[in-house]
Design a protein around this ligand. Structure first.
Ligand code: ADP
Ligand code: MG
Length: 249
């Protein structure tokens, strides 16, 4: 077993509640309403992971399974420019973009298959100068939510999701990678999915994800990140800002 890596979010408070950053070899589930910043966090981590360790990165590349077509290269550019500003460097965003391997998932079965493809790519890049150190599944649950409708299919959905999560966990272990999965929750009570404060996936997701973060909007560009479940860490909250240059304190 390799030493657990820590990936910086770029925000001190946020890193602090996570014990220094987001752990590798674990699944971190971020849930929250639409617009709470889940995809922004994914983009920021996709940039940060490429940095050297002394700047909070893992000197690695990233695979992003994009299920909602929300990946934006322009946003990566803004964040890379933000880092250039922060560190007084002249980072080339095309270089960063090259190490973000985006795969669009068209349905839940395709999403499941893409984890195998991700493993293959990670194997190919294992001995390169940028091995895969981050896997993002954004959104983990959207396709499952859309496809499995009605009480009768709930058990089936949970079983599929459970196996999918185990595949994802295995990817994180084998590659000593950070794994971020997103899960949208409804602002209003939902007849089918029940308690809006509880992400879909229920118990099964609860047991499999090692870290669970609840994100919610605050004033202006501020977002509140709440750690609600973690091994050996207390529940805690951090305030971050989503700015054009990226995530900041
Ligand atoms: P989620 O994935 O949780 O639905 P997002 O991560 O897409 O939400 O967050 C969208 C929000 O991020 C926007 O409402 C805006 O506040 C912020 N945001 C997105 N792009 C930019 C940007 N270029 N500059 C500043 N803030 C941005
Ligand atoms: Mg999103």
């Amino acid at each position: 077993r390799k030493l657990v890596g820590k990936l910086s979010t770029g925000c001190k408070e946020f890193n602090d509640i996570m014990g220094g950053g987001i752990d590798s070899q674990a699944i971190t589930e971020v849930y929250g309403e639409f617009g709470s910043g889940k995809t922004q966090l994914g983009h920021q981590l996709a940039v940060n992971v490429q940095l050297p360790q002394e700047k909070g990165g893992l000197n690695g590349s990233v695979i992003m399974i994009d299920t909602e077509n929300t990946f934006r290269p322009e946003r990566i550019k803004q964040m890379v420019d933000g880092l250039s500003e922060l560190y007084g460097e002249d980072y080339d965003y095309e270089e960063f973009l090259k190490h973000i391997h985006v795969a669009r998932a068209y349905n839940s079965n395709h999403q499941i298959l893409l984890v195998d493809a991700a493993s293959e790519l990670a194997n190919q890049l294992k001995d390169s100068d940028k091995p895969v150190r981050l896997l993002i599944v954004d959104s983990l649950t959207a396709h499952f939510r859309a496809e499995y409708i009605g009480r009768g299919t709930l058990a089936d959905r949970q079983q599929k999701l459970n196996k999918h999560l185990h595949d994802i966990q295995r990817f994180g272990d084998l590659n000593n990678a950070v794994v971020l999965v997103t899960n949208q929750v409804m602002s209003k009570p939902d007849a089918f999915f029940g308690d809006p404060t509880k992400p879909i996936g229920g118990h099964i997701l609860g047991h499999t994800s090692t870290f669970r973060l609840y994100m919610r909007k605050s004033k202006g560009d501020k977002r509140i990140v709440k750690l609600v479940d973690a091994p050996n860490l207390p529940d805690a909250e951090a305030v971050i800002s989503v700015t054009t240059a990226g995530l900041r304190d």
